[in-house]
Design a protein around this ligand. Structure first.
Ligand code: GLU
Length: 282
């Protein structure tokens, strides 16, 4: 059993991250899984070394330990590229030069996660790839290849049960996702399922904001021949009086509380979590 905490070093960790990390280590312990830390730093524009270092400091301070070395996605770009090439060899991806404005001009459907790409560039071949193009998955073709999307088990309270993505919903609510960004960086929807497979992740615990992404990730897993882990999407954390965490300043850096002299116990009290630390690496 292996699980992971996979923050992106695009800013300092805040109270929401502390709760998320707590859920990852708590469930890891519950199911007897080793907890890995993965730094999701493929977005070269937004990820900064100081944020990565702060992640190590904050997790250490909170008492979350993990095995070394830590996987950093920026060290594995060639692996994501190999996956992209495998998809290209099967004609499942295409270059796309659409700007947000061009997509908006096509009167697109507002799907689960923003506007659904209308598939305008779908007929373009990868041999026609130009600098500045994004690469999209041809979702309809991918669904044709896999037949029925795999079912996945969700253990989070909000959606507990077994879920089988409906191809029609995927096509109308997600559309063709970007797997490689215009900035020539791998996209989250490729790097994340890739690494979950590469690291042998059996349990994924993450925020409910990524619930819909899972419907896409299981399709990508099936196309690539990667296993589908068990998922747990945690919802909004409430404090002891039942107030939503949003009432507290969520965006404040954990490091700033630390600088003010608060202890990890103060942080847990603030967010209404009763920790059973220490969460040491197994
Ligand atoms: N890197 C993502 C984030 O910080 C989390 C991805 C995941 O857990 O799958 O929101």
């Amino acid at each position: 059993m292996i699980t992971r905490f996979a923050p992106s070093p695009t800013g300092y960790l805040h109270l929401g991250h502390a709760c998320s990390a707590h859920e990852v280590w708590r469930i890891g312990r519950e199911v007897g899984a080793q907890v890995l830390l993965r730094i999701e730093d493929v977005d070269r524009e937004r990820c900064k070394p100081q944020f990565e270092h702060a992640i190590y400091d904050d997790l250490h301070w909170l008492g979350f330990d993990r095995p070394r070395p830590v996987r950093r996605q920026s060290d594995h770009v060639a692996d994501y590229d190999a996956s992209l090439q495998a998809l290209a060899a099967h004609g499942l991806v295409y270059p796309c030069s659409c700007t947000r404005g061009q997509i908006a001009a096509h009167d697109p459907v507002l799907g689960w996660d923003g506007y659904v790409h209308p598939g305008t560039c779908r007929a373009r071949a990868m041999t026609d790839r130009r600098p500045g193009d994004a690469i999209r998955l041809n979702l309809a073709s991918a669904l044709d290849v896999i037949g029925t999307p795999p079912a996945f088990t969700e253990t989070g309270l909000l959606h507990a049960g077994t879920h089988q993505p409906d191809p029609n919903d995927l096509l109308t609510q997600i559309g063709d996702p970007v797997l490689w960004r215009k900035t020539d960086d791998p996209a989250y929807h490729l790097a994340c399922p890739h690494d979950d497979a590469a690291q042998g992740i059996t349990h994924v615990t993450r925020g409910a904001d990524l619930w819909r992404a899972t419907f896409l990730h299981v399709v990508i897993q099936a196309v690539m021949g990667w296993p589908t882990p068990t998922y747990h999407h945690h919802g909004l954390v409430r404090d002891e009086s039942g107030q939503r965490l949003a009432k507290i300043d969520r965006s404040r850096a954990l490091a700033s509380y630390r600088a003010e002299g608060l202890t990890p116990q103060d942080i847990w009290r603030l967010v209404g979590v009763r920790p059973t630390a220490p969460f040491t690496a197994s």
